[in-house]
Design a protein around this ligand. Structure first.
Ligand code: PLP
Length: 368
């Protein structure tokens, strides 16, 4: 692929594709949104990199934008360059805040590929080649409150979970289980770290999925959509957690560069101005309704699920041939989530016509 605009990608032969993945959910505004391109270009000519020892106007604006758009109980933000770094920081912050190393995570959860993030990532496919890890979490079933209650205790520093498990198949985690986890964390003095790396910034039909579920986590890991495609990660934390961090305990040389901040500010401006989190909710309903109407009786479809523009179609067969057929024969790009789930993470700017085109083509490919 050599060029992109909105939902469209072009390859080196100038063939056009409808991209329903937004580069793993990193480009919520679509490719090369004019406001984002202008912000990056303008900042690139003014100041690209700067040590975090100095005050920077863009960084200050970014903190203000994060304050406006993240849940009100978050007051401090750590800036880094990717999702897995945000998880590493979240785990370290929880350790510092609680002085405990114990970790509890959900089965099927995915949190990144560095060693700390791997320790709380469930699928052995990602962890086993690197065993023994520094520490491994206790994994509990996302649908079993008893298991959770038995796992969270006086030695637990952190409970970490995605509100919707993306990588393992777009699985919506029960809100009651997440509230129960939050209560258990409060009762035992552990930190609740929510991983909004895939679900955040409007993806799941609201700015943050955990907020829409009424949760108040102590720490929130963000990445992907935060930079509109520019590499960035962040952790939102309460003032209480921030107060435990001493200078030099954690840091990132590149984190929060003026260039990344400019990209993120512009992304959040467009998300807010165009009400894209709400658009994501409405368009997600159109997409889910269309897919359910078209594929409800398909013998190869087990379940269609999702929230906002984070949608999974679970098949009764391997997904790889469907991905290839959609891309090669129909010019539609989709993602797998595990071996049998077709995952859709389109840009939040997707039009109704593009949704209808996607529904018609996916229905034709899976219905036949
Ligand atoms: N957490 C979740 C929920 C993710 O979906 C991902 C990436 O797919 C990560 C963490 C890791 O993010 P990154 O690839 O930016 O390190």
């Amino acid at each position: 692929m050599v060029r992109g605009e909105g939902l469209w990608l072009w390859d080196h032969n100038d063939r056009r594709y409808l991209d329903l993945t937004s580069a793993y959910g990193t480009t919520p505004l679509g490719y090369c949104h004019p406001q984002l391109t202008a912000a990056i270009s303008e900042q690139a000519g003014r100041l690209q990199a700067l040590s975090s020892n100095f005050f920077n106007d863009r960084r200050a604006e970014l903190f203000a934008a994060l304050d406006r758009n993240t849940p009100a109980h978050f007051t401090h933000y750590y800036l880094c360059n990717s999702g897995t770094e945000a998880i590493e920081a979240g785990l370290k912050l929880a350790h510092i805040a609680t002085e405990r190393a114990g970790q509890v995570a959900l089965k099927q959860g995915f949190h990144g590929r560095t060693l700390g993030a791997l320790a709380v990532t469930w699928n052995p496919r990602f962890r086993k080649p690197f065993a023994p890890l520094l520490a491994e979490a206790r994994f509990v079933s996302p649908d079993n409150a008893d298991e959770l209650e038995a796992a969270v205790g006086e030695d637990t520093g952190v409970f970490v979970a995605e509100p919707i498990q993306g990588e393992s198949g777009v699985r919506l985690v029960d809100a009651a289980l997440l509230s129960c986890a939050q209560e258990l964390c409060r009762e035992h003095g552990a930190m609740f770290l929510v991983d909004e790396i895939q679900t955040g910034f409007g993806r799941a039909g609201s700015w943050f999925a955990s907020d829409a579920l009424g949760l108040e986590p102590d720490l929130m890991a963000m990445a992907k959509g935060i930079g509109g495609g520019f590499p960035m990660g962040a952790v939102a934390m309460t003032a209480e957690v921030a107060g435990k961090l001493k200078p030099g305990m954690h840091g990132s040389t590149f984190g929060g560069s003026p260039l990344a901040c400019a990209a993120s500010i512009a992304t959040m401006e467009v998300l807010a101005d165009e009400d894209l989190p709400e658009q994501s909710r409405l368009k997600g309903e159109r997409l889910l309704d269309g897919l359910r109407a078209g594929l409800g009786s398909s013998p190869v479809v087990r379940e269609i699920r999702g929230r906002g523009l984070m949608v999974g179609i679970e098949l009764r067969q391997k997904v790889a041939p469907t991905l290839a057929a959609l891309q090669n024969e129909h010019g539609i790009i989709t993602l797998p989530a595990g071996p049998t789930v077709l995952r859709l993470l389109p840009a939040l700017t997707i039009s109704d016509e593009q949704i209808d085109e996607a529904v018609t083509t996916i229905t034709a490919v899976l219905g036949s």
